[in-house]
Ligand binder design. Structure first.
Ligand code: NAD
Length: 256
């Protein structure tokens, strides 16, 4: 058995139609898992699942809906016999100054990015207890490790996800349910491509590695945390950010 093996495990991945979630689904299936991809994007979600073959399914799912969560959890158990992993990945971003963000939009971001994660954790705990344990991976952000300008609702939601992860870890540890957060830095996906982020060396000089991340580089960390290779890892916050949250770059310090 290889270290990051997921053979026989069933993993639910929200927001899996595209971007980081689709990359995580692809790597989880390659590692041997059964995967239930969920999303509000039906066409893209069904296409991603079809591309992944026999061990992947798609379910329409709005993460803010308790009813949807109950249906998705029941579906995963009926289809594959249990739930061993959950990747709370669905999310939306913001790009406004705090002073300009509307209360309505702030609440919407919190509802999807934070309340959605909370309901998801609640929804899978019974099935994970039945399976004798499990692994929950909550996708936070570099914006959940530092104060990042233009992220009022988004940053607040991602700090919340980081905190909720710690609470889950301390409450569920003896039940063999591990809960960890992953903090991607700037990563090339449909979300960031739409605001002009570019791939390649030198295109992101404010990060120590000088480039943005690729979806597969985040997915690798997710699969590790889902797998038994991380059997003693819980409550951790894993930054996968090219060093972005470690500190300012030399160029920045020298004022160049
Ligand atoms: P993306 O927009 O490509 O994918 C997000 C997916 O979530 C989409 O398919 C979208 O339809 C889905 N989604 C949105 N609202 C939903 C809802 N209510 N219910 C179910 N699904 C919903 O973005 P991405 O870059 O792949 O982001 C994935 C996660 O990673 C997000 O939580 C994001 O905040 C986080 N993240 C991304 C970056 C980055 O640079 N790309 C950095 C840090 C954190």
């Amino acid at each position: 058995m290889s270290n990051n093996d997921l053979t026989g495990k069933t993993v639910v991945i929200t927001g899996g139609a595209r971007g980081l979630g689709a990359a995580a689904a692809r790597q989880a299936v390659a590692a041997g898992a059964n995967v239930v991809i969920t999303d509000v994007l039906d066409e893209e979600g069904a296409a991603t699942a079809a591309e992944l073959g026999e061990r992947a399914r798609f379910q329409h799912h709005d993460v803010t809906s308790e009813e949807d969560w109950a249906r998705v959890a029941a579906y995963a158990v009926a289809e594959f016999g249990g739930i061993d992993g959950l990747v709370n990945n669905a999310g939306i971003s913001t790009g406004q100054f705090l002073a300009d963000e509307s209360v309505e939009h702030f609440r919407k971001v919190l509802d999807i990015n934070l309340t959605g994660v909370f309901i998801g954790m609640k929804a899978v705990i019974p099935a994970m207890r039945d399976s004798g344990g499990g692994s929950i991976v909550n996708i936070s952000s570099a914006a959940g490790l530092m104060g990042l300008a233009l992220t009022a609702g988004y940053g607040a939601s991602k700090w919340g996800v980081r905190g909720l992860t710690k609470i889950g870890a301390v409450e569920l540890g003896t039940q063999r349910i591990r809960v960890n957060s992953v903090h991607p830095g700037m990563t090339y996906t449909p979300m960031t491509a739409s605001v002009g982020i570019r791939q390649g060396e030198g295109n992101y000089p404010n990060t120590p590695m000088g480039r943005v991340g690729e979806a597969d580089e985040i997915a690798g960390a997710v699969v590790f945390l889902l797998s038994d290779a991380a059997s003693y890892v819980t409550g951790a916050e894993l930054a996968v950010d090219g060093g972005w949250t470690t500190g300012p770059t030399v160029k920045y310090v020298m004022g160049q």
